[in-house]
Design a protein around this ligand. Structure first.
Ligand SMILES: CC(=O)N[C@H]1[C@@H](OP(=O)(O)OP(=O)(O)OC[C@H]2O[C@@H](n3ccc(=O)[nH]c3=O)[C@H](O)[C@@H]2O)O[C@H](CO)[C@@H](O)[C@@H]1O
Length: 366
């Protein structure tokens, strides 16, 4: 089977595609893959690092205001469709799968024009703009939240509830990362704080302000700042005048699910793929939805866990050093509450999503 994958911008669109690819490889070792993304998105690093053949097209998002940039956007859109057609004709895939992010628009549109079966995967409870646009042109629409159905209601017959492939991959992990590899101690409860795949400035700032409060605590803290914020945060922490042995600050972690498995509490944005992983592993979490996303979908994602007792939520407008520290400290000192949240999170997870999507692939290429 030859499969062309596309999806990008942020990790939440990329990791599900790679997880699906890994599962297809397991079941069909002769399969061939090609990933199409942009050079600017995180996919150009993550996908290449994973050793997957990668080609790029150039494209940019539309500005909301009238501007010359939009002329360039239209030009790039037409060019990227033509480039995608060339890539597809060369690779000759049996199916093209898009996991979101604007790069999928030219790639999957081109596939449909060439008569190649195409599938989109929507990770969120509210569909992204690109997936809504593509819903008309693709054969199947895979969703992870029942709420997403209403965004594709004109194409109800195409919708399949599959869940997120990253859940299946993560649920199969048997061994967690060693915390010693991160210069922390194994066996001590550890909280992992990160703002999605790109980091979140307000979360980083609140953490820096709370830094000294973690002194002498019976637990460890890891902050993953996001690549672009790392230098600034490191300088701010250095200027506080003390370096605490129970705290570790990193720019990015490539083996996140393994690290998840070794942590006692997750504090993060509520991007759909992160939540999938949290549920698949059954982890307690404090969620801080990004208010800067389409239709506030991260808050809806978070609320689905909160209403099941699986997570706590802090809205960004209520996020500061004190609220962050208080929420972390009281959960880290309360094993029973964490266990109950973990149990509820685990109950919510779907852990055979890749197999469900493989069935969808087999149906469309019949
Ligand atoms: C700002 C924005 O548009 N965010 C969207 C984006 O988020 P974002 O890319 O942040 O997505 P998610 O939170 O869903 O996923 C992040 C992924 O990156 C991984 N990770 C993160 C940090 C790190 O250091 N290493 C690492 O591997 C996580 O384990 C996870 O697999 O896509 C999600 C899925 O469509 C959406 O729900 C989010 O709203």
């Amino acid at each position: 089977m030859k499969i062309l994958l596309s999806g990008g911008g942020t990790g939440g669109h990329i990791y599900p595609a790679l997880a699906l690819m890994n599962r297809i490889k397991e079941k069909y070792p002769d399969s061939e893959f090609l990933y199409v993304g942009t050079e600017r998105g995180l996919e150009s690093t993550i996908v290449r690092k994973a050793g997957v053949p990668f080609e790029s097209v150039e494209i940019q998002g539309l500005r909301r205001s009238l501007s010359l940039e939009n002329v360039k956007t239209v030009y790039l859109m037409l060019k990227s469709i033509a480039d995608s057609k060339k890539i597809i004709k060369n690779f000759q895939p049996d199916v093209v799968i898009g996991t979101g992010g604007y790069v999928c628009a030219p790639v999957l549109y081109a596939a449909s024009r060439l008569g190649v079966p195409a599938i989109i995967h929507e990770q969120n409870s509210v569909a992204g703009v690109t997936n809504k646009f593509l819903s008309r042109f693709v054969g199947k629409i895979c969703i992870c939240f029942e709420d997403a159905r209403k965004d594709f209601e004109q194409y109800e017959e195409k919708i399949v509830y599959t869940g997120n492939p990253r859940a299946q991959e993560v649920a199969a992990i048997t061994e967690g990362a060693s915390l010693a590899e991160y210069q922390l101690k194994d066996g001590i409860p550890t909280v992992l704080i990160f703002g999605g795949s790109r980091g979140a400035a307000k979360l980083n700032e609140s953490f820096v302000e709370a830094y000294n409060l973690f002194k002498g605590k019976p637990y460890q803290v890891m902050l993953v700042t996001g690549e672009t914020h790392f230098e600034k945060v490191s300088k701010q922490i250095a200027s506080l005048g003390q370096s605490l042995a129970n705290i570790r600050v990193l720019p990015y972690v490539y083996e996140m699910p393994k690290l998840f498995k070794s942590t006692a509490l997750i504090v993060s944005r509520s991007g759909a793929t992160t939540l999938t992983e949290v549920m698949a592993l059954g982890l307690p979490s404090i969620l801080i939805p990004s208010p800067y996303v389409t239709n506030n979908h991260q808050q809806k994602n978070a609320e689905s866990l909160v209403k099941n007792g699986a997570a706590e939520m802090i809205l960004e407008k209520e996020l500061h050093a004190k609220s962050l520290f208080k929420a972390i400290d009281s959960l880290m000192l309360n094993d029973t509450a964490r266990k109950e949240m973990a149990f509820q999170a685990k109950r919510m997870g779907i852990t055979d999503a890749s197999d469900r999507i493989i069935q969808v692939i087999l149906d469309v290429i019949k």
